[in-house]
Ligand binder design. Structure first.
Ligand code: B16
Ligand code: MG
Length: 217
């Protein structure tokens, strides 16, 4: 039956985690909170609001709602200063090859990301036109591991959840795909993504034979 391929953005298509890290670190330090790469790991796939809540909890800080909004805006402005400098060179290895293979084989492709900056980022790296639909942080109310983002993408592509294949680098995202009864493909470390149906370190390990198998399943 008809399949659909859903891609996460950060950690799957581009490595924007490094920019989130720089922006969150600057913000956390500015309010006297330490912020490490280990903590940054825990923000992967997590929404902007939830990320700031976690940082404040780590630093034992409580602030007003106005300050919260202000800090979120500061972080995003700083993050966007990095995004503005992005170009095609930041697409992760073999991502374009995989997308083009799917397009040549008439497979519908969606983006399923928690980021409110997803459209902007796809335009910067010149991949925007390759996606049939984009569901991002502006379109959902429930964050991963809630499957809302992937279920919306499936619906927009007119595809049953069981026929959707999700590529994810975060555990929250893998869980979301599994909860939605989709096929989950983890991109990253096997020890972290052990709940995924398949795991690859990156797309250089994803063969076109494997994709053909998924298409014909
Ligand atoms: P923004 P993904 C996620 O993207 C990131 O992994 C996560 O670190 C970030 O906080 C979230 O997007 C929200 O991003 O502040 O740009 O709205 O992995 O779901 O593509
Ligand atoms: Mg991700």
């Amino acid at each position: 039956s008809k399949k659909a391929f859903i891609f996460d953005l950060d950690g799957v298509i581009v490595d924007t985690a490094k920019y989130h890290f720089l922006a969150w670190k600057k913000l956390a330090n500015s309010i006297g909170v330490d912020f490490s790469e280990v903590q940054n790991e825990q923000l992967k796939g997590v929404s902007r609001v939830k990320s700031l809540e976690k940082i404040l909890a780590w630093g034992n800080k409580s602030i007003s709602e106005d300050e919260f909004m202000e800090l979120m805006a500061l972080k995003n402005d700083d993050y966007l200063s990095y995004i503005n400098k992005m170009d095609e060179n930041e697409i992760l290895p073999d991502v374009t090859k995989i997308l083009d293979f799917l397009i040549q084989n008439n497979q519908p492709i969606a983006l399923g990301s928690a980021s409110k900056n997803a459209r902007e980022i796809l335009k910067k790296v010149n991949l925007f036109k390759k996606f049939d639909t984009i569901v991002d942080g502006n379109d959902v109310t429930k964050a991963k591991p809630n499957p809302e983002v992937f279920l919306k993408a499936a619906k927009q592509l007119n595809c049953l959840p069981k026929d959707c294949i999700v590529f994810e680098d975060s555990l929250a995202g893998v869980k979301a795909a599994n909860i939605a009864s989709m096929i989950s493909v983890g991109i990253g470390e096997k020890s972290v993504l052990k709940e995924a149906d398949y795991v690859f370190n990156d797309f250089t390990e994803v063969s076109t034979e494997f994709l053909k198998e998924l298409i014909n399943k």
